[in-house]
Ligand binder design. Sequence first.
Ligand SMILES: Nc1ncnc2c1ncn2[C@@H]1O[C@H](COP(=O)(O)OP(=O)(O)O)[C@@H](O)[C@H]1O
Ligand SMILES: [Mg+2]
Length: 446
Amino acid sequence: MRLSRYFLPVLKETPSEAQIVSHRLMLRAGMIKQSAAGIYSWLPLGYKVLKRIEQIVHEEQIRAGHIPMLMPTLQPADLWKESGRYDAYGPEMLRIRDRHDRDMLYGPTNEEMITDIFRSHVGSYKDLPLTLYHIQWKFRDEVRPRFGVMRGREFLMKDGYNFDLTKEAALHAYNRHLVSYLRTYERMGLQAIPMRADSGPIGGDDTHEFLVLAETGESEVFYDSQITDLRFGDRAIDYDSVEECQAVLEEFTSRYARTDETHDAEVFAQIPVERQRVARGIEVGQIFYFGTKYSDAMGALVDDGQGGRVPVHMGSHGIGVSRLVGAIIEASHDDKGIIWPEGVTPFHVGIVNLKQGDAACDGACEDLYKAFTAKGLEPLYDDRSERAGAKFATMDLIGLPWRITVGPRGLGAGVVELTSRRTGESEELSLEAAVARVAEIYAPHM
Ligand SMILES: Nc1ncnc2c1ncn2[C@@H]1O[C@H](COP(=O)(O)OP(=O)(O)O)[C@@H](O)[C@H]1O
Ligand SMILES: [Mg+2]
């Protein structure tokens, strides 16, 4: 992409309505535009990041053996009357009446709809285990939408639902989700800590929330500092292995880590004082096992292979896809702007031409552009006739992790400058070496 042809409406002024840094930076970098309280348009740069996050979520769910599909945003109220949640959900649910006076709603989540799909098509234990998921917009009429996309009213969520014959099998599905979530967040450059949580309106006993530590987080969290040393890394995992998945769950949940809802001061006090941490966190996902709550209420039964019909064991598992855009910025920025982790950056590399119109500089930039594109990398080329300072400020604000600066002096010596947004460190390299270096950096993310 050439910046002269792109749509990147950056703001000079810091918007006064934004209370936290991610919201300010998303507005300043031209990523979003509010259309109503808690409802946003995703402008091209924001949309690109959202899509990268979605892509990682898909890849990791499919790797875990979970099956993608798509359910609608609008749902008939009848399904929710069956489960009893139509009345229980309260004013957060946006209720709509269509022209035939039928009660509809904009889905805040999809347990009822997926259970209806399941009972219509699955009747035997032979079709289990089954996990279906989708990434779809949700609407929750939050009392206080705030912090930009972090607490929106309309937001994008991955929600997945497992169906299993037994509690044991459903707990394996729960563990599989935990493992896939650890991988997902790490690929986005985030550390998200699984913490014991409260099940709230979904109901159920087993649930963990995944929290990214950040001062601006809405949840108060209590944990053993040893937990922040854990990394999943790129270890191989067999998602069909009950033992392997259980071992990861134990590794990541055996140390104390809880939100304020489940915090137990007495248990916490048993941790050595120097390891006790009280902090704030952003909830970027949650996994639940809730047994037969919905299958009982809605009659989702299967043959158990022994002559009986039994309700399936279920769980639901969510990732806040749009919230993650804000959470990543909260975790990775400086006073000049965003610093995207390589896994989610909207463009892989920025090219800054210091002397637009100079034949050698223009030619070198075009060569770089072609070379990156040929390697499957997306460059953003600042080809505007702006001062160098303005070009650098834009690149720093929008946060591409790598920048190549092309100027007449360097080119005279056969080099360009490759700069890391994170460290600010630069190295001088030939054009070929610069392209090879950037390609090598992104190899693990392709
Ligand atoms: N209002 C919202 N705006 C943006 N993301 C949200 C919002 N509500 C929930 N999410 C995201 O969706 C994920 C799954 O939702 P869920 O656990 O059902 O939400 P909650 O914990 O708010 O009831 C949450 O972990 C969070 O990351
Ligand atoms: Mg939650």
